[in-house]
Design a protein around this ligand. Structure first.
Ligand SMILES: [Zn+2]
Length: 206
């Protein structure tokens, strides 16, 4: 049975009050004594559940990038696009900064996030701490605000609505996989309690 890191100092993310952590029971929340913000939450089997959601996300990431995203049909011509096509196209047309940004936000950072999470959580599930696990988890936490696939999805929906009148659009397997990927990454984030991961990483310092 794992414990929340006991007696370590954390700062409230809303008002910066320093707070000593204490072990919680399952589903119990620790709130900031000054502003009432929820500081951490003991979720049952947080690592196992986040692990399963992240593995599922990885499968959908593969499907989203292997299959066509959308196929445009206009006057007998057909153009197949892939998930990474948008960023590459921008890059080739001279919008290099924008191309790199789209590829990072929609492809590279989500991939690094999933792989990094699995690299830390799979061994932790079996009570191991792998090489550079703390650095990896710190990196995953740092890139999380930038792995914004939802924004890309919103852009796709807007483009779809605008183009549907002038061209025939066939939605590919990739698009549905991409939607599933976003859902499973959100589930993984909701299941994972970082403070629990940090506590386990500190407990098993090699
Ligand atoms: Zn507070």
């Amino acid at each position: 049975m794992s414990k929340i890191g006991n007696n370590s100092l954390i700062a409230c993310h809303d008002c910066d009050l320093l707070f000593r952590t204490r072990p919680l029971r399952n589903n119990e929340r620790a709130a900031c004594p000054r502003c009432g913000a929820v500081l951490y939450h003991k979720r049952p089997r947080t690592i196992s559940r986040a692990l399963i959601y992240s593995l599922t996300a990885l499968i959908f990431f593969g499907l989203a990038n292997l299959f066509p995203f959308m196929t445009f049909k206009l006057q007998g011509r057909e153009q197949v696009t892939f998930l990474a096509s948008g960023g590459l196209e921008l890059f080739q047309q001279g919008f290099r900064g924008l191309g790199v940004l789209v590829l990072s936000v929609g492809f590279l950072l989500p991939l690094l996030k999933i792989i990094g999470t699995l690299y830390v959580l799979i061994p932790l599930e079996f009570n191991f701490v792998v090489w550079k696990a703390r650095e990896t988890f710190k990196f995953v936490e740092a890139i999380t605000p930038w792995a914004m696939m939802e924004v890309l999805m919103l852009g796709v929906i807007v483009a779809y609505v605008k183009l549907i009148d002038i061209t025939t659009i066939v939605l590919g397997v990739s698009l549905y996989s991409f939607a599933a990927l976003i859902i499973f990454m959100t589930l993984s984030a909701a299941a994972l309690e970082p403070i629990e991961v940090w506590a386990r990483l500190e407990q098993r310092r090699p």
